[in-house]
Design a protein around this ligand. Structure first.
Ligand code: MSP
Length: 665
């Protein structure tokens, strides 16, 4: 069977984090399971690069958008590699293979009048990349409950996509295909939304140039969501690529709850307009929230360095935690202390201990050689039956995209295995000559249980079979899912090894001690930096350590000055007229600025943060009464103000269009 699974393509405006990792890890577990079942799997992920917010972020970093996203895309690729993600392709919407399909589709829709030209007047939320009508706004702000940020008024010539024409057909389709949108609560939400009436969608912008150009009217760029959704077929080589013919329609689009609407309304209508089949299922999972509440996201500043987390705990525990924590369709919470707790209880204690204690017994009682089993008893038969149920239960839960329930089913088997050790008490059997046959059976069953656990864990934690393989005589037992309920697979006579613990316990008290001493260090540092006693609650949870560390890194304050001393400084608004690089000086830019009719030359050390073009036209703040100084032979008449942190520089500007020469006080 063919199986095509996708993740959303991520905005590369900032580095990947734990919140965004869930979808990709869940899709990976599903893809791996289907591959092990012998299906023909295609697993796609990628990045959504043509967004207006990318232009903004890049501008603020003083970089051109492509150079900016190239750096972040590399981080995404590295992140997925470290998390053992087995995607078959990675699509970037800045790639030609994607752009040409978007242009082709835009033209096709235009030619059949499903896209038409008109004028857009309404609001736009750049963080959400969404158009809003006036009546939808809440207190004049973005109505998305997770956003609530400022929206911008747009009035521009635009192309529109005739969504209204398809609303009846879409509604019918959703009603006829109960599995199309899952979970049911999201399905009902979407039905209500469509019943409220669909408006035509604005699908082009003219106020910036970054993006895919409308081929027959290149002052327009294609609206980022129309562009992004097409990735699911452009990456397969639509319209006549072999992969497209093989894999489309997708089996599942796995997405977060915030973007179900785009995937179950805009995307199906695009496909209907093109006369293409719709994906079989769109599954909308919940979010990871921080312990203090609120979605984990870069803009909320509540994310921990995820690369550091992987380095500290490894990919498997993080994968396990995320997959197990997010209950079907609901939100979950992520915190490092919960991760440590789960690692210790489920992985080190339940799974890891079973593996190490049973291997140790084969070493102790049979010199590390797997014995020939004797007669089975009801106990062994019960375990065999359970393995079939667990195998089947896991498949069913994963088919429903319920990763937490799938792992719960597997952990029933883990618990049963541990109970079997206690019930059979091999240490007692070993004491008597009469029980040696029985001991053989028990030890053999242990080894088979380890093999089966390796298979069951493989889709979720690919590191587990890798670690178990050398312990079970180096045979790769773990590729075929069907073997998760076959028995007598391991050859008696196989030499096994004890090896290291597959999940070493994390010493919680040592971990907390470490966190506490780091917090104390940060508190002292913060107090030193700010020069006054700051109340810092030492009971704060380790998940807040990140914020504290950030505060501690603040550069210490300089000594106090009087108001008179401050009043001696003269800051003015000036406009940058020209900017160029200073030859043979990597860091310096030469600026020509205008201040109330007067022109000045300024040499500024910002060349590594701003391209000359990015500065021209900007209104910036000048220290206007600074004694002129010669830099690289150029007389610099003042200094431009910029904020800096961690080597990043951002030039200060004024929001309003103030006249140059205006005083800053
Ligand atoms: N670029 C669009 C998707 C286009 S798909 C054709 C986008 N990108 S995103 O980077 O903002 O988000 C990507 C996915 O990450 C979304 O599914 C979103 O729900 C998910 N998550 C972001 N933060 C999350 C959590 N804290 N928890 C779980 N998922 C979260 O939207």
């Amino acid at each position: 069977m063919k199986y095509y699974i996708t993740t959303p393509i991520y905005y590369p405006n900032s580095s990947p984090h734990i919140g965004t990792a869930y979808t990709t890890i869940a899709a990976d577990a599903m893809a791996r399971l289907r591959r092990m079942k012998g299906d023909d799997v295609y697993f796609l992920t990628g990045t959504d690069e043509n967004a207006q917010k990318i232009v903004r972020t890049a501008e603020n970093a003083g970089m051109d958008p492509l150079t900016y996203v190239d750096g972040i895309v590399d981080k995404f690729k590295e992140f997925w590699r470290l998390l053992d993600i087995s995607n078959d392709d990675f699509v970037r919407t800045t790639e030609e293979r994607h752009a040409k399909v978007v242009q082709q589709i835009f033209t096709m829709l235009y030619e059949k009048s499903d896209i038409y030209k008109s004028e857009y007047e309404g609001w736009y939320c750049t963080p959400c990349e969404t158009f809003w009508t006036e009546n939808k706004l809440v207190d004049g702000k973005c109505p998305n409950p997770d956003c609530g940020r400022n929206v911008e008024l747009l009035k521009e010539e635009s192309y529109f996509f005739r969504m209204s024409k398809y609303s009846g057909r879409l509604l019918q389709y959703i009603q006829d295909h109960p599995d199309f949108i899952q979970p049911t609560s999201r399905r009902n939400e979407m039905i209500r939304f469509i019943e409220g009436g669909l408006e035509d969608l604005c699908v082009s912008r003219t106020t910036f140039q970054w993006g895919i150009k409308v081929p027959f009217d290149p002052k327009h760029v294609v609206y980022v969501w129309l562009d992004a959704l097409i990735n699911y077929i452009s990456a397969l080589g639509y319209p006549d690529g072999e992969k497209y013919k093989t894999y489309w329609p997708a089996s599942v689009h796995l997405v977060g709850k915030d973007i179900v609407r785009f995937h179950t309304i805009i995307w199906p209508i695009i496909l209907m307009a093109l006369d293409l089949p719709l994906p079989e299922k769109v599954f909308g999972h919940g979010w990871f929230l921080s312990k203090e509440g609120g979605k984990i996201s870069k803009s909320r500043g509540n994310v921990q360095d995820s690369f550091q987390l992987i380095q500290r705990y490894g990919a498997d525990p993080i994968r396990y935690f995320l997959l197990r924590e997010l209950q079907y369709g609901m939100d979950g919470t992520f915190s490092e202390d919960d991760l440590v707790e789960k690692l210790n209880s489920d992985l080190a204690n339940d799974l890891g201990n079973f593996v190490s204690r049973t291997l140790a017994m084969v070493v102790k009682y049979r010199n590390g050689i797997v014995p020939e089993p004797g007669e089975d008893t009801d106990l062994e038969r019960e375990i065999r039956d359970l393995s079939s149920k667990v195998k089947q239960g896991t498949e069913e839960k994963m088919l429903a995209c319920d990763t937490a329930a799938a792992l719960e089913v597997i952990w029933q088997f883990v618990s049963r295995c541990n109970k079997y050790v206690d019930e059979t008490a091999p240490w007692n059997l070993a004491k008597s000559e009469d029980n040696q046959d029985r001991l053989d059976t028990v030890l053999y069953t242990f080894m088979e249980c380890i093999r089966i656990l390796g298979i069951l864990c493989a889709p979720f934690m690919p590191g587990v079979p890798r670690k178990i393989k050398p312990l079970l005589g180096d045979t790769d037992f773990f590729k075929d899912w069907e073997q998760a309920d076959s028995w007598n697979v391991i050859q008696p006579g196989t030499a096994i090894r004890k090896g290291e613990a597959i999940f070493p316990r994390i010493d919680v008290s040592a971990y907390l001690e470490q966190v506490n001493s780091e917090m104390e260090r940060c508190v002292t540092q913060v107090q030193g930096n700010t020069g006054h006693q700051q109340e810092v609650n030492l009971e704060v949870s380790p998940s807040q350590l990140g914020n504290l560390q950030q505060m501690a890194e603040m550069v210490p304050l300089k000594e106090e000055i009087s108001i008179e001393e401050f009043a001696k400084m003269d800051f003015r608004v000036v406009k940058v007229l020209q900017a160029e690089k200073v030859e043979k000086a990597d860091k310096l830019l030469k600026l020509e600025v205008e201040m109330g009719g007067e022109r000045r030359t300024i040499v500024s050390g910002i060349a590594q943060h701003y391209s000359p073009e990015a500065l021209v036209g900007k209104k910036v703040i000048l220290v206007a009464n600074l004694k002129p100084a010669k830099l690289r032979g150029i007389m610099s008449q003042g200094m431009i103000l910029a904020a800096s942190q961690d080597g990043e520089l951002e030039v200060l500007t004024v929001q309003k269009d103030l006249p140059t020469g205006a005083q800053v006080k």
